[in-house]
Design a protein around this ligand. Structure first.
Ligand SMILES: [Zn+2]
Length: 484
């Protein structure tokens, strides 16, 4: 085995020493490129945090143009904005720019799009998520604005607004404007549609804060009771339409929450505080930028996870170590037998340094820099795909023996970069990176789950996880629960 690798490496290194005499220059370019890329990623990250938005489609010139007029438009058209302090307005404007930069607005049926339309529609996005630490609803990026009611083929009737889980929100401009103009009748089309978008996001987007998910669940329980009051005519603070279903209830409650907070608080105090918990703002607190009294979230694992040892990366790390060892042997063999150019050695040192940084600088690993950017690093250097790659494939394909383990799981969380993690009850257990389906099943069984982990050890002795499945355990069944 080693002989084959040795031979392959020898040929590559020989070729490299002949042709890549300017290898020093290449290496230098590579490092400069890496630094520039790193700085660019950091810049994007900071920009996006500042705007409370993902700024991948940031069109600076348009946003600058609108910024001039947005303050004036909102001061006259959106009373929520008008009541903010000057610091609150600055925060609102920043987020508004992020929303404007990330949405595409389409004027339909002959309507001519104006700044007033885009700014007012975008302001609803900022308003509903103003209390949260960052703007959300990024999935909803297509906004269709119609002059008046518009026909929906699927429902076979005219609508004022609609929200599609595919990320499209439609508004009748006439009704959107009216919703903001009359700010105390408990009806606001834009906030209604965005409440739909918000609920859809929290329920389907696994990158959302778990705390919001739980707060929304609590609200739903309270909502069931309130809905029956609405049906029986026992409360009038919410309109009848709120009783239709869970989604309409939330949307109508959000409208009243923003437009008649005092009445809602007096009539339905439990619902009001549940809404504060979900949206982390209190619209009745008009002197203090709608600050919520306190954050009453039960838990939020996100921050905790960031500082836990990243055990679930060990497979990847082992791959790197083995890959390096496999590279190391032929290099020394060549060094013993041939006095070649220093370029291969330099490239090798660069490889080791780069991988070392990736391996040991945990922030890089935890924040998801490992893929696919790191693969590009490997590709650029050429070592890993050529030599380490086949070894890993062989390890994967040739099993030596298989195992099945059961781990008691207390919860699951999104850890970034489209990855989820199952959190074992026993803190000493390794952490498991799972897919969205497994994550959904763990969420369903409320902390009474067993994760079945099927894996095999390959020919190089590395563990390969084949599959996960979730087994629900009854609350009484403590045989899998470790001692406290
Ligand atoms: Zn609705």
């Amino acid at each position: 085995m080693i002989f084959i690798f040795n031979h392959t490496a020898l040929i590559i290194l020989k070729a490299a020493s002949v042709d890549l005499e300017p290898g020093y220059v290449l290496a230098l370019f590579f490092f400069i490129g890496l630094l520039v890329f790193r700085a660019y990623v950091q810049y994007q990250k900071e920009l996006s945090q500042e705007l409370g938005a993902d700024v991948s489609d940031y069109e600076l010139k348009d946003v600058h143009r609108i910024r001039q007029s947005a303050d004036e438009i909102l001061n006259t058209k959106n009373s929520y904005y008008a009541r903010l302090s000057s610091e609150g307005k600055v925060k609102f404007q920043k987020r508004l720019q992020g929303v404007l930069a990330n949405k595409t607005f389409y004027a339909k049926e002959g309507l001519k799009l104006t700044d007033e339309m885009t700014v007012l529609a975008a302001s609803a996005f900022v308003q509903i998520s103003f209390g949260l630490s960052r703007g959300i609803l990024m999935e909803f990026d297509k906004i269709y604005i119609y002059p008046d009611l518009f026909f929906n083929k699927l429902l076979d009737r005219n609508l004022k607004g609609s929200t599609s889980p595919l990320g499209i929100i439609r508004f009748s401009w006439k009704h959107l404007e009216h919703g903001f103009a009359r700010d105390d009748d408990g009806i606001n089309l834009a906030l209604h549609e965005l409440a739909h978008a918000f609920k859809i996001t929290v329920e389907t987007d696994d990158s959302m804060d778990v705390g919001i998910f739980d707060a929304l669940k609590d609200l739903q329980i309270i909502g069931g009771e309130v809905r029956s009051q609405v049906l029986k005519g026992k409360t009038e603070v919410l309109r009848k339409y709120a009783a239709v279903n869970d989604h309409e209830f939330f949307a109508c409650a959000v409208e009243v929450f923003f437009e008649n907070p005092e009445e809602l608080k007096a009539d339905q105090p439990k619902l009001f505080s549940a809404l504060i918990n979900v949206l982390e703002q209190d619209p009745s607190n008009r002197i203090d930028d709608y600050a919520a009294p306190e954050v009453r979230r039960k838990f939020n694992f996100k921050h905790e996870i960031a500082i836990k040892p990243d055990g679930h990366y060990s497979f990847m790390q082992w791959m790197m170590v083995i890959g390096l060892v496999i590279i190391l042997v032929p290099i020394f063999m060549i060094k013993l037998h041939a006095d070649s150019s220093p370029v291969p050695t330099l490239l090798f040192v660069i490889t080791v340094l780069t991988l070392g940084v990736i391996r040991y600088y945990r922030k890089l690993v935890v924040s998801g820099y490992t893929s696919p950017g790191i693969f590009i690093v490997f590709l650029l250097l050429g070592w890993f795909p050529l030599i380490g790659g086949p070894a890993l494939v062989m390890n994967f394909l040739i099993p030596v023996y298989s195992t099945t383990e059961y781990v008691a799981i207390k919860n699951a969380d999104y850890i970034g970069d489209h990855e989820y993690e199952a959190i074992p009850i026993d803190a000493d257990d390794a952490h498991y990176v799972i897919d969205g389906n497994v994550y959904g099943e763990i969420k369903k069984c409320n902390g009474h789950c067993l994760l079945e982990v099927r894996s095999h050890y390959g020919v190089f002795g590395l563990e390969v996880i084949d599959d996960y499945s979730v087994i629900q355990v009854s609350e009484k069944d403590s045989s899998y629960t470790p001692m406290q």
